[in-house]
Ligand binder design. Structure first.
Ligand code: PXL
Length: 279
């Protein structure tokens, strides 16, 4: 059985980070080990959330796992709570990546041009360093510009602007940046990536749903990880994640009982498994 380790927070309510990664990657038929970086009462879009920092637990967890000899087919990181956690995550990469292990970094720290509460520009620059150690980095437009120290061009930035950002991320040492939540020249909504090894741009989009959803970056990165470790190519895994995330957004949009803080990712898991060819 394949095994993935995911390093990110637990938001008790919010359907993001580990509460999304664990069910989605497990549903993809993969053992999912988790490293909680913090426990929050809700994600940080709510007011008054509690925050239990677990930085001091990360190295003991790592060292125990080293003793046990665990290895992973992918190490996938999301929201990290501090600069020190970024450094520690790099040591997880070193300790547990074997030949063929994918290091997947979602620099989950910003949206709509603004950093989430608790982060600053220094953190964003440090995150660029972690993305440079990844095989695939999955920023949204806000995260891309913050890692580059550039002005936010807006959510509907043109494909040309996004390609320019990708080239700049690659110049910073990020091997394969993929910007999610991008609007393509044909008006569709999806991803644009740049594979620096092949000097090749890739993209794919679905029809845009006229709504702004929360937590979709985490759903996307989790579904991508699950598809990749099911043996799909990077491109096919990116497309499967786009189709599934788009279905989650549409499902939520059509649901009169929807919550505003997350998408109905659970209701589209059967569709995800179909896309994977598992059912
Ligand atoms: O969805 C990304 C995310 C993850 N973790 C926490 C967050 C957010 C977004 O707001 O607050 C704690």
């Amino acid at each position: 059985m394949k095994r993935v380790a995911s390093i990110q927070d637990i938001s008790c309510i919010g359907k993001c980070s580990l509460t999304v990664a664990l069910p989605i990657i497990s549903a993809a038929g993969i053992e999912t080990a988790i490293v909680p970086t913090a426990v929050l009462s809700t994600h940080t879009q709510f007011k008054g959330f509690t925050f239990r920092d677990l930085t001091d637990d990360l190295e003991p967890i790592r060292d125990h796992w080293i003793k046990e000899g665990f290895r992973f087919d992918a190490i996938y990181t999301g929201y990290l709570g501090s600069l020190r956690q970024i450094e520690i995550v790099k040591s997880f990469f070193k300790a547990f990546a074997k030949e063929g292990t994918y290091r997947i970094v979602d620099p989950a720290m910003a949206d709509n041009g603004t950093l989430y509460v608790g982060f600053d520009n220094a953190f964003a620059l440090e995150m660029a360093g972690l993305c440079a150690e990844a095989d695939i980095a999955l920023p949204n437009i806000s995260e891309a510009v913050l890692m580059l120290g550039e002005e936010y061009p807006g959510e509907d930035a043109s494909e040309e602007i996004v390609r320019d950002l990708l080239k700049k991320l690659s110049a910073k040492g990020i091997k394969f940046p993929v910007i999610t939540g991008a609007t393509l020249s044909d008006g569709s909504f999806g991803f644009i990536g740049y594979d620096s090894a092949k000097d090749e741009f890739i993209s794919y989009g679905n029809e845009k749903v006229p709504t702004k959803s929360h937590g979709t970056g985490d759903v996307y990165a989790s579904a991508f990880t699950g598809a990749l470790i099911n043996g799909k190519s990077v491109y096919d895994a990116l497309v499967i994640a786009a189709d599934y995330t788009s279905a989650c957004i549409r499902n939520t949009y059509n649901d009169p009982d929807r919550v505003s803080y997350a998408v109905n990712f659970e209701l589209e898991l059967p569709y995800y498994l179909k896309l994977l060819g598992r059912i």
